[in-house]
Ligand binder design. Structure first.
Ligand code: HEM
Ligand SMILES: *[C@@H]1O[C@H](CO)[C@@H](O)[C@H](O)[C@H]1NC(C)=O
Ligand SMILES: *[C@@H]1O[C@H](CO)[C@@H](O)[C@H](O)[C@H]1NC(C)=O
Ligand SMILES: *[C@@H]1O[C@H](CO)[C@@H](O)[C@H](O)[C@H]1NC(C)=O
Length: 558
C-alpha cells in the first residue's frame, strides 16, 4: 500500500500541476492575443528556478527529435540566453515587437530603439521587476531591490559615490594589479586560468577602490584554499563564488541551521563566512562613521556611501544601517562578475584577433612612450585618449551583453507606441528590450554586425592614434549598461578598470592561443571563436562556460 502511494502521489501532483499550468497558459494566451502583436507560446516560464538548472541539457536532447517535435517555440525560446542564439531572426520574422506567452507571465520583446528609449524614460509606467532581483537582499535591502520613492533615495546616495576621485583610485589599482597579473602570466608557458585570474583582478579592484582594502594580485596557482579565518577579501570571495546557494537559502536560515550541521560541511562553512563578512562590514561601517569629522577627500565607494547617507539623514532621507550593508554587498556583487566576464570574453576575442591587438597596442604606445612601471599613471590625461582600448570593451559588450534588463507593467496598464502601432499592455506584462537583436541589427551596425570589430566604434579620420574619437550610438541602440534613470551607475568605473588593465596587458606584450596538436593558427582561432559563440550561457549572468578549455600564451611584442 505504502509503495503504491509513493508512486501515485508524485504522478498525481505532477498531473495537477501540469493542468494548472495549462489553464494559466491558456489564460495568458487569451490576454496576449488581445494586445494584437505576434505571439509565441512556451510551456515553462524561463525564470522557473528548477527549469533553469535543466534547460540546456533537456533541450539538447529534444532538439534531436525529428521535424516539428525537435524544432518549435519550445526548443527555440524556452531557455535562458535564447536571445543570444536568435539575434535578429525572430524580430525579422515578426517585426519590432512580439510576445512570448508562458504559464506565469507574458514577455513582450521590443527591438525598436525609439520604443526602448520610451520604456526607459517612463520609469513609473515601466518599473523594474524587483521580484527577479529580490534574492540580492541577502544582507539588506539595496539599490537593486527597491522601487519608487525608496529607489530614488538610494539611487541619489549611491550615484554620488561614483566620482572622478574614485576613478583615480580605480585607475591606479587596476594598473598595479594588471601589472602583477601580466607578470604571473608571462612567467608561465601556458595559461588556462585566464578567466579565474581576471576574476581575481576585478575582485581586488573592487575591494581596493570600493572599500579601501588593498590586496596584491594572486595568480590561480598561488591562491591558497579560501579559509573562513582569512580576511575581508577571502570572505567576500567565498560568498560571491557560492552566491547562488547563499541567496537560495538566505544567510538568516543558514545561521539558524548552523548548530545542526557538521562543522566540515560546506553549508556550515558558508554560514560562518556570511557571519564573518557581516562582522567585517560592521567594523568598516563603524570606522567610517568615526571618521565623519575628517575633511580629507573621500575616495572609496564605502566612505562616500557612509558620508552621503549621514548628510541625507539630516533631511530624513539617509540609509538605515542594514541598507548600508545591503548596498555594500550589492556593489560588490554587481561589480564583480559583470566586469570579470566582460574581460574574459575580450581576452579570448583578442587572442583570436592578433590584428586587433596590434591596432590597440599602436594606440597605447602613442599615449605612452616609455616603458617604466609608472607609465600611464595620469588617469585624467591618459584614460580619455585610450579609446581603442575602450572600443574593445564596447564591442565585446555589444555582442555578449552580460546583464539583461527587465521592466514590467506591474499592477498598471500602459499604452506603448511601437512603430506605427499603439499597444495596450495589461498588468503583469514583462517588457524586455531585445538587446541581442538591437546590438546586431544590420540597419544600425552594418552588414558585418555579427563580427567582432572594435574599430567600428572609432570615428573615421578623427585624429591620429591616441587622439581619436568614439562614435556615440543613437538612443536605444546600445544597452550594455542599460539606459535611462536606472542605468548602471558604475559605467565609467568599469570602463576605467577595463581600459587601465588592457593598456598594461597590450603595451609590450601580445597573447596567442596555444594550438592543439597538429592545429594550424587559423584552426585554433576558429576553435576559440567557436567556444565563444557556441559555449556561452548563463550561470547568473552571461559568460563563457568553459574558458579553461583554451590555453593562452603571452609573448613580448617587438
Ligand atoms: C562591464 C561591467 C558592467 C556592466 C556591463 C554593467 C551593466 C549594468 C546594467 C545593464 C544595469 C541595469 C540592470 C537592470 O536594469 O536591471 C546595471 C545596474 C547596476 N550596476 Fe552595473 N554593470 C557593470 C559594472 C558595474 C560595477 C563595477 C558596479 C559597482 C561597482 C555596478 C553597479 C551597479 C548597480 C549598483 C546597479 C543598479 C542600479 C539601479 O538599480 O539603480 N555595475 N549594471
Ligand atoms: C526550424 O523550422 C523553421 C520553420 O518553421 C525553419 O525555417 C528552420 O530552418 C528549422 N530549423 C532547423 C534546424 O531545422
Ligand atoms: C596629469 O596631467 C595634468 C596635465 O598635464 C596635470 O595637471 C596633473 O597634475 C597630472 N596629474 C598627475 C596625478 O600627475
Ligand atoms: C557554432 O556552431 C555552429 C553549428 O554547429 C557552426 O555552424 C558555427 O560555425 C559555430 N560558430 C563558430 C564561430 O565556429
Amino acid at each position: 500500500m505504502a509503495s503504491a502511494a509513493a508512486i501515485l502521489w508524485p504522478i498525481i501532483s505532477l498531473t495537477i500541476w501540469a493542468l494548472y499550468c495549462s489553464v494559466c497558459l491558456a489564460r495568458n494566451y487569451q490576454v496576449a492575443r488581445k494586445i494584437g502583436l505576434p505571439v509565441r507560446v512556451i510551456p515553462i516560464d524561463h525564470t522557473n528556478a528548477v527549469w533553469t538548472l535543466l534547460d540546456r541539457k533537456v533541450l539538447y536532447y529534444i532538439r534531436k527529435l525529428p521535424g516539428f517535435l525537435g524544432n518549435n517555440s519550445f526548443t527555440r525560446y524556452n531557455f535562458r540566453t535564447w536571445e543570444l542564439h536568435d539575434r535578429c531572426s525572430s524580430h525579422h520574422e515578426m517585426g519590432d515587437a512580439f510576445i512570448i506567452v508562458t504559464p506565469f507571465r507574458n514577455w513582450l520583446y521590443i527591438s525598436n530603439p525609439a520604443t526602448i528609449t520610451e520604456v526607459f524614460r517612463r520609469r513609473t509606467d515601466f518599473p523594474q521587476c524587483i521580484e527577479l532581483t529580490e534574492i540580492l537582499d541577502v544582507f539588506g535591502k539595496n539599490l537593486g531591490t527597491v522601487e519608487g520613492r525608496q529607489w530614488q533615495v538610494q539611487r541619489k546616495i549611491i550615484a554620488s559615490c561614483f566620482t572622478e576621485q574614485n576613478y583615480e583610485v580605480v585607475w591606479t589599482e587596476s594598473l598595479s594589479l594588471a601589472h602583477d597579473m601580466l607578470e604571473y602570466w608571462t612567467k608561465k608557458r601556458d595559461i588556462s586560468s585566464s578567466a579565474d585570474d581576471l576574476r581575481t583582478l576585478s575582485l581586488h579592484v573592487l575591494t581596493g577602490a570600493g572599500f579601501g582594502k588593498h590586496f596584491p594580485f594572486e595568480g590561480h596557482d598561488e591562491r591558497t584554499e579560501t579559509s573562513v579565518s582569512g580576511n575581508y577579501k577571502n570572505a567576500l570571495q567565498m560568498i560571491l563564488e557560492n552566491c547562488i546557494l547563499i541567496m537560495g537559502i538566505g544567510p538568516k536560515v543558514l545561521a539558524r541551521i548552523r548548530p545542526f550541521l557538521p562543522k566540515a560541511w560546506k553549508l556550515a562553512i558558508l554560514s560562518e563566512t556570511c557571519a564573518e563578512f557581516q562582522r567585517y562590514m560592521t567594523i568598516m561601517y563603524e570606522e567610517e562613521k568615526s571618521k565623519q569629522a575628517d575633511t580629507a577627500p573621500v575616495r572609496t565607494l564605502m566612505s562616500s556611501l557612509v558620508r552621503a547617507s549621514q548628510v541625507e539623514a539630516k533631511t530624513g532621507a539617509g540609509l538605515t544601517e542594514r541598507e548600508i550593508y545591503g548596498n555594500m554587498f550589492m556593489l560588490n556583487f554587481a561589480g564583480h562578475d559583470t566586469t570579470a566576464h566582460t574581460f574574459t570574453f575580450a581576452i579570448h576575442f583578442l587572442a583570436a584577433h592578433p590584428d586587433v591587438q596590434a591596432w590597440v597596442s599602436e594606440e597605447i604606445r602613442a599615449v605612452h612612450t616609455d616603458s617604466q612601471r609608472d607609465a600611464l599613471n595620469n588617469y585624467s590625461v591618459d584614460f580619455p585618449r585610450l579609446v581603442r582600448c575602450l572600443a574593445v570593451m564596447l564591442e565585446t559588450l555589444r555582442l555578449y551583453t552580460p546583464v539583461p534588463v527587465a521592466k514590467w507593467t506591474d499592477k498598471g496598464t500602459a499604452s506603448l507606441r511601437i512603430g506605427s502601432k499603439i499597444a495596450l499592455l495589461p498588468p503583469n506584462t514583462m517588457v524586455i528590450p531585445s538587446y541581442a537583436a538591437v546590438h546586431t541589427d544590420p540597419s544600425i551596425w552594418g552588414s558585418d554586425s555579427l563580427e567582432w570589430r572594435p574599430s567600428r566604434w572609432i570615428k573615421a579620420n578623427s585624429g591620429p592614434p591616441g587622439n581619436e574619437e568614439l562614435i556615440v550610438p543613437s538612443d536605444g541602440s546600445f544597452l550594455g549598461w542599460s539606459e535611462g534613470a536606472r542605468n548602471c551607475p558604475a559605467k565609467k568605473f568599469s570602463q576605467v578598470e577595463f581600459v587601465a588593465t588592457l593598456a598594461i596587458l597590450l603595451r609590450d606584450w601580445h597573447v596567442d592561443i596555444v594550438p592543439e596538436s597538429g592545429e594550424s593558427l587559423v584552426d585554433s582561432q576558429k576553435r576559440v571563436m567557436d567556444l565563444i559563440e557556441n559555449d556561452s550561457g548563463a550561470v547568473l549572468l552571461l559568460q563563457m562556460l568553459h574558458p579553461e578549455r583554451v590555453s593562452l600564451v603571452w609573448s613580448k611584442s617587438t
